[in-house]
Design a protein around this ligand. Sequence first.
Ligand code: BGC
Length: 734
Amino acid sequence: MALHPLISQLTDTEKAALCTGASFWDLNGVPRLGVEGISVADGPHGLRRQAGAADHLGIADSLPATCFPTASGLASSFDPELLARIGAALAVEARAAGVSVLLGPGVNMKRSPLCGRNFEYFSEDPYLAGELGAAMVNGLQDNGIGASVKHFAANNQEDHRLTVSAEVDERALREIYLPAFETIVRKAQPWTVMCSYNRLNGIYTSEHRWLLTEVLRHEWGFEGLVVSDWLAVNDRAAGITAGLDLEMPTSPDGPARVLAALESGELDRADLDRAASRVLALIDRAHAAAGPTIVDPDAHHELAREAARRSAVLLRNDGALPLAETGAPIVVVGPFATTPRYQGAGSSRVVPTRVDNALDALRAALPDRRIDHFPDYDLVAAAAAAEAAEVLVFAGLPESVEAEGFDRAVIDLPAEQTEFLELVRRRLGRLTVVVQAGSAVALPFADHADAILFAWLGGQAGGAAIADLLSGAHSPAGKLAETLPVDLRHTPAHTAFPGDGHTVDYRESIFIGYRWYETRGLPVAFPFGHGLTYTTFGYSDLEVSVEGDTATAQFTIANTGEVAADEIAQVYVADPESELTRPVHELKGFARIHLAPGEARRLSIELDRRAFAYWHPAKGSWHVEAGEFIVQVGASSADIRLAQTIRLDGDTLRRALTPDSPTGAWLADPDYGSPLRAILAQAAHGMVGMLLDNPDLHPGRYRILQNIPLNRLGRTGLGCDLAAIDEIIRRGVR
Ligand code: BGC
């Protein structure tokens, strides 16, 4: 890479200072040359600009800013265009506060529903997280504010996060844990990427050359700067050498350690020059984009409300929703109706510009209905509800359990809530529940509820958005970006989370989220991609055209009900036969469209080569297997409406042959298969030849023969020509 033109004028001390934060939120510049440092701030769903005291635990307050729904909610919108608009709004707020880089989005995968920070992450699906993350980053950066895509990589738990080694096989890394970052780098070229705290396969990510340089830069073409998570630096010299450019926050001995490593020869000057160059390039970029701007808090609040509306998921509805404009009183129970849960705790905590509550908004939306509120989950409320037409219980997790820095122990709602919900159901036979939580929770009452609206942590306008949906002013249309499990024991990492404190084995490999539940045939409470609306949709006329190893799926969606609403159509790819085990199917495309009653629209979704590929560890690259694939179009991962089988030519895989490769692999080789077949045809007085020509005569024997390592065939008593086999082996081993 070309070095920054100023590098040749800098002293080593100035370079070392550039590569270390000046304060908790500020970067050093080069005062001698008039280069001013810049400021960064959290976080993914709102600006946390601590203007006074700064700290790591979010103790000191920050300036008021719009609090948007957290990532788990936003992901359920399946709406990249919305994410881009939120990115743009965040950029305006950041710019007005003098901040140049916003520390987000967080695109780690939800390996376990227990991860304390799942509310800050998008999904269990890397395709969805990548598309949404790229849209958000483009929204930020098109408006002059850099993103910091985090936490790179395999930071999938909070317990032991600063030291634990995530032991992940390469296929799982390539197919699950890295692609969201890869998509964002390729589609949005973020200004910065933030490395995670943890170790990956034994090496701190902050000093992981393969991760930070070979994969991120050489393979994906990343051109920005890598910043450490706050306190993530372990060995500064090793970090710079591996590709970690900037240490944050400030570190009292950081620059001195850099200089000492330079002097001892542990650190190459070229590596320091490269890192300092990247910091200067970031500063240039930030200054070039900076400029005055005016925040419109009302418009941003409206955007937050729209975002919360588009994110909420109607899990179940037997007709209880929307609420009628007139009728008997409605009883609302639970503290969250007036004091909503709208964000999680930790570094992403925003001081909102204002907070709506659902009760006030519902009363305003339904002026002709009496709405009584009982904040406590108790019997008095249940008795009052006996007279009411509708019972709306606001349930959710207490703030103390959804936080950065530690994991949850269970996925249950507090017992007082579940007991109360059960009581209401038994006593009254009717129950509508609004859930406010940032991550998956168990819903043991689900089968008996009339309606359940999962409102996530909906940000500062979440309360008003809930009223918009309950009253029917808008139809819900979000869909789950993460599976809601029935039981914690069914979850993918259950026997290996959070590890022993030193390491955590990703034993389930590529099978997380719906990939796990569906491949194992496990029941779930609500599947990935599920969400209802106040209307119905028909899917028809799927046509998949193939060109090379890519395809285009075209299909029609019609609003067959009586209410205008959005539908989120999902395209999955299944590979019914593959050499290596694959999930039942995987999300490879989606679209959210708005349809008026009776309206129909034809959609077209492109499936690139990668949509069909898996990571082949032996080949060390992406591999499309020749043969059949099924392109499925569904309303959720468990509700496939249309499917078409296609054939792809795929890649030829020339397997590395070794003396002990199975006879079948040798027979399948384009060069050595035929001569070997000719040699084996003579064995066992011609019986082996017959077997090879007619496998169906003795399928069992045929398979045994295929599996025997070629160099052991001589000991099978079949009378093979050993010298000829040895000659084949000699020529064929590569
Ligand atoms: C978090 C980051 C955050 C940083 C700065 C860290 O503890 O992991 O996500 O951006 O602090 O607050």
